[in-house]
Design a protein around this ligand. Structure first.
Ligand code: ATP
Ligand code: ATP
Ligand code: MG
Ligand code: MG
Ligand code: MG
Ligand code: MG
Ligand code: MG
Length: 271
């Protein structure tokens, strides 16, 4: 087709191609979920149904994007790891982050409304919105530390929130009194408050709350090949795509900080 005389405006477009042969992690995070969780009356500190909606939505993202090897979620965020040789959208950053944020947003709305027919997401109340960022990591050790960082964050927040809401809901403190009580406390102090004042052993709290959620595409074998990805034939690429699409997607609530077995038994995550 002939180009119009307006075509020159394309010259203004800029594209960031994420570095080749690096691990891309895309993290989505709910916009204003502090307020969202009030509008839709989440249980505090942890609304199980809301966590399930996050997990269902993230699994749908994994199904739709076969290049996702694993994902980790807690609170209103999810991180998705793409395989190192991912060529989706030519690794264009804007395409990738908008794809993940809009998929997460539409899947969340869908699963929320299926699970809450009497508390539907509507424009009048509040729409759910996710932002997204992409970061590239140069080696798998940093990728592991990235996921460990998010799980450590989950632990710190959950211990705080569990203690905070015990003080408010069971101890009758106001939210500002609870905040003051917890100011400057260490983990062991919070464990002690939970145990001595409320008879709660933090260790016995549900794993899903303490550890967050890990989603793994169980490929079962390393994806590494002697052929550089740019030399793979279309048939080889299609075969790889089929392996990814056929692999089972599984959900865990387990430690990924110190459990080396989790990583060691899944060599495809780094391939
Ligand atoms: P921003 O737009 O900057 O991300 P935010 O209000 O979403 O702002 P976050 O730091 O992302 O802030 O915090 C997420 C909020 O959502 C927290 O207040 C957390 O308590 C709440 N939240 C998320 N999931 C749940 C859940 N399953 N149950 C109860 N509260 C939840
Ligand atoms: P990509 O993911 O690369 O954007 P695409 O299939 O969305 O692929 P586009 O170039 O964005 O390709 O084209 C949009 C397509 O949607 C066109 O084929 C167009 O005919 C169709 N389309 C969009 N809006 C309408 C509409 N209102 N009625 C009929 N067809 C529509
Ligand atoms: Mg945030
Ligand atoms: Mg948020
Ligand atoms: Mg958040
Ligand atoms: Mg289009
Ligand atoms: Mg178009």
């Amino acid at each position: 087709m002939a180009k119009s005389r307006f075509e020159y405006v394309r010259e203004f477009e800029r594209e960031n191609h994420l570095l080749p042969q690096t691990y891309i992690v895309v993290r989505v995070d709910g916009k204003g979920f502090h307020r969202f969780s009030q509008v839709y009356e989440f249980d505090k500190p942890n609304d199980i149904e809301a966590i399930r909606v996050m997990n269902d939505a993230a699994q749908e993202v994994c199904r739709q994007i076969p290049d996702v090897l694993m994902a980790y979620g807690q609170s209103d965020e999810y991180s998705f790891l793409l395989r190192k040789d991912c060529r989706l959208y030519d690794r264009r950053e804007m395409k990738l982050i908008t794809l993940f944020s809009s998929l997460m947003t539409s899947a969340y709305t869908y699963y929320w409304n299926v699970a809450h027919p009497n508390n539907l997401i509507t424009i009048d109340k509040k729409l759910v919105v996710f932002d997204a960022r992409a970061v590239v990591y140069p080696n798998f050790t940093v990728v592991q530390d990235y996921f460990r960082w998010r799980q450590a964050d989950c632990h710190i927040n959950n211990l705080y929130n569990t203690t905070f809401w015990a003080l408010v809901l069971k101890g009758g403190l106001s939210t500002s009194e609870a905040e003051q009580t917890l100011s400057g406390t260490l983990s062991k102090d919070k464990n002690e408050i939970l145990f001595s004042r409320f008879g709660i052993n933090y260790n016995n709290e549900p794993e899903m709350f303490k550890k967050g959620t890990v989603i793994v595409r169980e490929v079962g074998k390393s994806l590494a090949s002697d052929t550089p990805v740019e030399d793979l034939s279309n048939r080889q690429l299609q075969r790889l795509d089929k392996v990814m699409r056929k692999a089972e997607i599984k959900v865990y609530h387990q430690d990924i900080i110190t459990d080396e077995e989790f990583w060691d038994s899944r060599p495809w995550l780094s391939s």
